[in-house]
Design a protein around this ligand. Structure first.
Ligand SMILES: Cc1cc2nc3c(=O)[nH]c(=O)nc-3n(C[C@H](O)[C@H](O)[C@H](O)COP(=O)(O)O)c2cc1C
Length: 211
């Protein structure tokens, strides 16, 4: 039984968000198929995502200096525990579903903050003499991204750093299967946007069966 981590990054309500609506369709279907599968949700806009700060960096410095015993100050220990808890939660899941809008060509900032908690040296990747190596194995990710404009072709093709960025990070840490559901041009034509949303829901439901 595969455990699923549903990561959402959108301050909007589900009813008002295309990416969240499509994401929920996938999750509902997954739960209907695998009623006993553990599904955990992280809403980066409604739960506290710790930021990499001076205390985390000084703790990291102490830990990597190799000097034993490592003695962390309370603030260093606190932020390190918070971040590593999210790292461990991510490592333990088998399937990741990310739902988010494209914001200013990238992912919403709190999703970037979340990525900082999962791309962690010696936990999800490591450096070897032959270069960096992802430490995750047998993982699948689904990226559900909604954007106002179109990026799959045309003048903005090189401007899309949302799903492209997440794909880079996830591949880097070893996620070997990455599926995408794009809803593009959502702010252009209302009727077309509605149709694109329906199509995306259909694909999300199909994908739930293939996870
Ligand atoms: C702060 C902000 C920044 C945005 N930046 C972009 C952008 O760079 N490119 C784009 O195509 N759409 C951009 N949009 C539009 C959203 O990506 C688009 O409306 C999307 O469909 C929203 O998805 P949602 O309904 O899940 O929130 C932006 C919207 C907001 C609120």
């Amino acid at each position: 039984m595969k455990s699923l981590l549903y990561i959402t990054a959108n301050p909007k309500s589900e009813a008002n968000s295309t990416s969240l609506t499509v994401g929920r369709s996938l999750i509902n279907e997954y739960v209907a198929i695998h009623s006993n599968a553990p599904v955990t949700e992280i809403d980066v806009y409604r739960q506290h995502i710790p930021l990499v700060d001076e205390h985390f960096l000084s703790a990291r410095q102490k830990i990597s200096s190799g000097v034993e015993p490592v003695v962390l100050l309370p603030k260093e220990k606190d932020i390190t525990d918070q971040i590593h808890q999210l790292t461990s939660q991510f490592i333990e899941a088998d399937v990741y579903v990310f739902a988010f809008p494209l914001w200013n060509f990238g992912v919403p900032p709190l999703l970037k903050a979340y990525v900082d908690t999962i791309k962690v040296a010696r936990k999800t990747f490591r450096y070897t003499p032959d270069g960096p190596e992802g430490l995750l194995e047998n993982k699948t990710a689904v990226l559900i991204q909604s954007s106002g404009d179109v990026y799959s072709y045309g003048p903005l093709k090189e401007f899309e750093h949302g799903s492209r960025y997440l794909t880079s990070v996830l591949s880097f840490i070893g996620v070997d299967r990455i599926e995408t559901i794009y809803m593009e041009g959502m702010d252009k034509n209302k009727d077309e946007a509605q149709e694109k949303k329906h199509q995306a829901v259909t694909r999300a439901v199909e994908l739930a069966w293939a996870l």
